[in-house]
Design a protein around this ligand. Structure first.
Ligand code: G4P
Length: 529
């Protein structure tokens, strides 16, 4: 591998950013971009909401509900780093999407609203992050507002999410009394000075024992800080880079994205602690990012991102080597060579045609309907196939029909395409052909997205009747006569897109009954092909 190629890969940092809706993910991302010089101040200040959607949100439903449904990718440079940020949906109903995005990232930044702590509706989302075992960096935001006690916040992260923490800095007050943060490593205080014309930040060096601190942060807060740091030094986990990189210890930072307080120090610490692109597991062992041969996997498919173009884009993470526009690669799952034309990358606000990209980067290529999530692409003599991406078992089901029977074709096209993106799973009644479509989703908000997208992208109005099923199991024995299976009356026999039979259950005990009544029956929770 040439030195220049090695350098390009070494300077890459690819991370996902996750948060509760409204915790400040968009604001933090914008501040990052600002440091990278990717957007100018004027652009960022003019109507934040407008900027928000231009930067990372595509779908109208996101504007309406103020939540981020699709994940997008942004690339920018900061100092000598080339940074790829993967945005994720801020609601746990889309945690499967977040999981897939995390597969493409080497680490994650978790943004928490200091006044709210870990919110119930995102616990699942954050747990997905812990499950994936990648390094998690926590930014506790909005310290310029009244926040929960910092020890309480730390406790919540540790107890609710099950990950140890190590505060890198510590807040001095919050809200009206927010005085700044104390950096535990350098023993310096960054002072937050609120003013009518914005906020000023000042860094002062000084030991906690310096009497002069009384003047800077008041005696009351100096005393509190001394006591809290003592407590923290005695009780909290020591910083351990290895544990951080193994996803076992989360470094915690306090700050305020809106007032741009603590954002740049966070970015600097973060870049120091994270790694360049990591090797990926494949069938034939680990693939090094520094391999001369290109390899990548598809982690997201998104149709109709641009309504005018009706295009479908497959997003892939480059795992090794260098990508060149027009390159011919092997598509493993399709079993043939294809040319990757018109590749795109998101540079700050714009989609841009890319000529070259490197391990760690994310590119989007036009998908004529050949890719599925988890597919591998490679170039080189040695075949490569990356580990698949697991699908989450749907927990909510509904019967879906088009209102206008003349629109059956569009309905089927739309619903199949959305299913191919992995946002929903579709099933049919076992014996009744294509008439009845049952949709399964991980989170109920996905039903809303489905309804909205069928209407706006395919011009099809649908009626949905929620069904009481909560559990799904694929039938693993090919020889089983599904029609003859003895199941409880509230169990439904259906088949998936690949004609594989499965059962939908309302209660976990019905699963047990099915197994007991049908000797030799094997059921599986996952339907990955
Ligand atoms: P999200 O992407 O995680 O959903 O959150 P987003 O950045 O959109 O922020 C949600 C709201 O919180 C925004 O206010 C934003 O200005 C505010 N916010 C973000 N960071 C901070 C912070 O550090 N301190 C304070 N006080 N507020 C913060 P909004 O009223 O919804 O939007 P806008 O009217 O300001 O555009």
């Amino acid at each position: 591998m040439s030195d220049s190629l090695k350098q390009e890969i070494e300077k890459r940092r690819t991370f996902a950013i996750i948060s509760h809706p409204d915790a400040g993910k968009t604001t933090l991302t914008e501040k990052f971009l600002l440091y990278g010089g990717a957007i100018n101040l004027a652009g960022a200040v003019k109507g934040r909401k407008a900027a928000k959607h231009a930067v990372s949100d595509w779908m109208e439903i996101e504007k309406e509900r103020g939540i981020s449904v699709t994940s997008s990718v942004l690339q920018f440079s900061y100092n000598d780093f080339c940074i790829n940020i993967l945005d994720t949906p801020g609601h746990q109903d889309f945690s499967e999407d977040t999981y897939r995005t995390l597969m493409a990232a080497d680490s994650a930044v978790m943004v928490i609203d200091g006044s709210k702590g870990v919110e119930a509706q995102t616990i699942k989302l954050f747990k997905v992050c812990v499950m994936r075992g990648i390094p998690i960096f926590t930014f506790i935001n909005k310290m310029d507002r009244e926040a929960l006690d910092p020890f309480e916040l730390i406790d919540q992260i540790e107890n609710v999410l099950g990950i140890r923490t190590c505060p890198i800095n510590w807040p001095i007050g919050s809200g009206k009394n927010f005085k700044g943060v104390y950096d535990r490593k350098t023993s310096t205080i960054s002072r937050f000075i609120a003013g009518d014309n914005g906020h000023k930040v000042e860094t002062v060096e000084g030991k906690l024992s310096d009497a002069g601190l009384d003047d800077l942060i008041t005696k009351e807060y100096h005393d509190i800080l001394t006591e809290e740091i003592e407590l923290l030094d005695g009780a909290s986990d020591e910083f351990d880079l290895e544990k951080v990189r193994a996803g076992k210890l989360s470094p915690v930072f306090f700050g305020s994205a809106l007032t741009n307080f603590g954002v740049e120090t966070f970015l600097q610490h973060f870049l120091d602690m994270t790694t360049s692109p990591l090797p990926r597991k494949s069938d034939g062992g680990e693939v090094s990012p520094f391999s001369d041969d290109f390899s990548a996997f598809v982690f997201k498919i998104q149709a109709n991102m641009n309504k005018a173009h009706r295009d479908r884009i497959a997003f892939m993470r480059i795992c090794s080597g260098r990508f060149e526009a027009g390159m011919e690669v092997m598509h493993v799952q399709g079993g043939k060579k294809i040319r990757l034309s018109q590749p795109q990358q998101m540079m700050a606000q714009e989609r841009k045609h890319v000529e070259e990209a490197y391990a760690g980067d994310i590119i989007g290529v036009f998908d004529p309907g050949i890719f599925s999530i988890g597919d591998t692409l490679y170039k080189g003599k040695e075949p490569v196939k990356f580990e698949g991406i697991p699908t989450f078992a749907p927990e909510h089901f509904a019967r879906v029909r088009q209102v206008d029977t003349m629109k059956r074709k569009q309905f089927m096209k739309g619903i199949s395409q959305i299913a191919q993106e992995g946002a929903i799973q579709i099933f049919q009644e076992y014996n009744t052909g294509m008439e009845e479509i049952i949709v399964g989703v991980v989170g109920v908000l996905q039903f809303e997205v489905l309804q909205f997208r069928l209407q706006s992208e395919y011009n099809v109005e649908i009626r949905m009747d929620q069904l009481p099923y909560e559990h799904v199991r694929w039938i693993e024995n090919p020889e089983v006569d599904v029609a003859a299976l003895s199941v409880t009356s509230d169990t439904k026999k259906v088949k998936d897109l690949h004609d594989r039979p499965l059962l939908l259950f309302t209660h976990p005990w019905s699963i047990q009954t099915a197994l007991e009544r049908n000797e030799g029956l094997t059921l599986s929770e996952f339907g990955t092909a």
